[in-house]
Design a protein around this ligand. Structure first.
Ligand SMILES: [Zn+2]
Length: 177
């Protein structure tokens, strides 16, 4: 069986491929099966009985593309005019893995919230992903423990080291008289 080498390894349920998990996902599964089956936007009647999320995804039909049996979203609204990038439509089973990898994983991490969002945004898309990223960063015990130990107060991971250090620099410079 072919392995998905381009994606970070995700555990999900053992024995199932990423494509299977995407197709069986309670949130995006219906949309995925529609998108895999046809290139044309389904008619209104076909979507009528589907969930709000399915309708919402279908309303952006042309943004979604199928590659190697997986559904991706082509992102073109890049803030600085970068090239398009492809976001995997992520099944819920893989969200936790992706969050921990993008926040504190292979990159050596524990990134602040905004940087974690960038890591996620360049690769993945799922419903309410920003809320999940935000909550994950706030609740990361390692970040919270680390910052509390070092700074004596509860500092969350959306405050990065350089910011804190530059504040310290300002405070210790001579006060003008
Ligand atoms: Zn962390």
């Amino acid at each position: 069986m072919k392995k998905e080498k381009s994606q970070p390894s995700t555990s999900g349920s053992p024995g199932s491929s990423l494509a299977e998990r995407q197709l069986k996902d309670a949130e995006v599964g219906t949309f995925v099966s529609m998108r895999l089956a046809q290139d044309q936007l389904p008619g209104k009647e076909e979507l009528q009985s589907e969930s709000e999320l399915t309708k919402q995804l279908a309303s952006h039909w042309s943004q979604f593309e199928v590659h190697d049996g997986l559904v991706y979203r082509r992102c073109q609204d890049t803030p600085k005019g970068e090239e398009d990038y492809m976001q995997l439509l992520l099944p819920r089973t893989d969200v936790q893995d992706v969050l921990s990898q993008c926040h504190g994983g292979v990159m050596g991490g524990h990134f602040e919230e905004r940087k974690t969002m960038d890591q996620v945004r360049l690769r993945f898309y799922w419903n309410r992903w920003k809320e999940d990223v935000s909550r994950f960063c706030r609740q990361c015990r390692q970040c919270n423990w680390y910052h509390r130990e070092n700074f004596g107060s509860k500092v969350y991971c959306n405050q990065s080291f350089p910011v804190l250090l530059s504040n310290v620099g300002t405070l210790t410079s001579p006060v003008p008289t």
